[in-house]
Write a protein that binds this ligand. Structure first.
Ligand code: NIG
Ligand code: FE
Length: 400
């Protein structure tokens, strides 16, 4: 088992088993791990002790990429999709991000909060013990700040850490069609400073891709974020190979996410950086796209991270167990590699590696215990079929 988790697990390190077969754990009053091991458990007074003989235990999932604050689901677009329309065609018909943005303008903050809180609890019931949530359905100063305030309320209300990412440039609003520079100016000169002044953002994001924002526009936003101490976590190379990965790396982004279109040059650029490549196979599945080359990335020695992308348009699921199966079945990751990508590397992609992502004394006692299994491969193998598991958040069993 990896000990302190100070660096993300890279290449071969991702195969190190990150789970215990038959463990005991002692969690103190603050919900932190006092001691952990296998074999005979010492008895210490005053600590909550868990004996999970026969069960498998691993760290709670760290989901570093979600868009779970949104006004409404978009089932009508799903019907267009199953009748053959592409994501781009649906967007051109006024669907997609612009559809959610229109509803966001009207949405009442209390309603947004209540719906998002339910989605966070749904994630926790799956075993997620830390979450990142993006804005991005605002597309205006007022609506973006409203979304960020909702995320701030979620931070206060949940027993798990939540990181807020300001995704100002998610799509170009129609009224800026002829003056896209003004939209970037609004983000750089008004939105980022306003959010930073109220402590509403931890990171900045840009949808740097074909038909959305260019690497130059992305760099302006990353530079503006950096002036306020906000690192980048950007959407890149989902729809085309447009230089987003290199733009993120050049500006020390914490992560670059999606990466369906990644070639040797992009891999080389990531190898010379501290930027974490984050893959979202739920989106490739739902949009019927090619999967990112995870196997090649791990073989090259990269610290691959996995997340859900939970959102109403391209991945309407926050289920990390399904992501685990997709990563194994379609991207060739070994069960242990996928677990590393969903736990410690996810914690790194939210800068929570000192408290989350692995089970170690001093870290938070958030973990999942799974029914006895022959091998960890049972998890991705039995996709969607409900292995019995229990979720513990800071040492307390989570019962939705
Ligand atoms: O991560 N790629 C950009 N944005 C989201 C989709 C958002 C939506 O369609 O609502 C994503 O896939
Ligand atoms: Fe996303």
């Amino acid at each position: 088992m990896h000990q302190d988790g100070a660096s993300p697990l890279k290449g071969k390190e991702m195969q190190e088993p990150r789970c215990l077969d038959g463990a005991w754990m002692q969690v103190n009053e603050e919900g932190k791990i006092h001691a952990i091991g296998t074999g005979e458990a010492p008895v210490l007074p005053g600590e909550d002790q868990f004996n999970m003989e026969g069960s498998w235990v691993f760290p709670a999932f760290c989901d570093s990429h979600t868009h779970l604050v949104f006004p409404e689901w978009r089932p009508e677009e799903f019907l267009y999709k199953i009748r053959g329309m592409s994501y781009a065609e649906i967007a051109q018909k006024g669907g997609g991000i612009l559809n959610s943005a229109q509803k966001m303008e009207m949405a009442e903050e209390g309603h947004l909060f209540a719906a998002a809180l339910r989605r966070c609890h749904e994630c926790m019931a799956f075993g997620t013990g830390a979450l990142e949530i993006k804005s991005g359905y605002g597309l205006s100063l007022e609506s973006e700040l409203k979304m960020l305030r909702v995320i701030a309320r979620l931070k206060e209300s949940l027993p798990i850490p939540v990181k807020a990412t300001l995704l100002g440039a998610h799509a170009l609003p129609p009224k800026y069609k002829e003056r896209r520079e003004d939209f970037i100016d609004m983000i750089v000169h008004r939105l980022i400073p306003a959010a930073a002044a109220d402590g509403l953002a931890d990171y900045v994001d840009v949808f740097c891709d074909t038909g959305f924002f260019t690497p130059e526009e992305t760099e302006r936003i990353l530079e503006a974020g950096a002036r306020f101490g906000l690192r980048g976590k950007i959407h890149a190379n989902e729809l085309g190979n447009t230089g987003g990965i290199q733009a993120g790396v050049a500006h020390q982004a914490l992560s670059v996410d999606h990466l369906e279109h990644t070639g040797p040059e992009e891999i080389q650029s990531l190898l010379n950086s501290n930027t974490i490549p984050t893959l979202l196979p739920g989106t490739a599945f739902f949009l019927k796209m090619d999967y990112p080359p995870a196997r090649t990335m791990v073989n090259a020695g990269l610290p691959v991270c996995l997340a859900t992308d939970y959102n109403p348009g391209s991945c309407p699921s926050g289920n990390p167990w399904f992501i685990w199966s997709l990563a194994s079945i379609y991207m060739g990751l070994e069960p242990e590699e996928a677990l590393s990508a969903l736990s410690l590397n996810g914690a790194h992609a939210m800068e929570l590696q000192h408290s989350h992502g692995s089970l170690w004394p001093g870290k938070v006692g958030s973990f999942i215990s799974v029914e006895p299994m022959e091998t960890l491969a049972m998890v991705p193998y039995r996709f969607g079929s409900g292995l019995n598991y229990r979720v513990f958040i800071q040492g307390k069993e989570y019962n939705p």
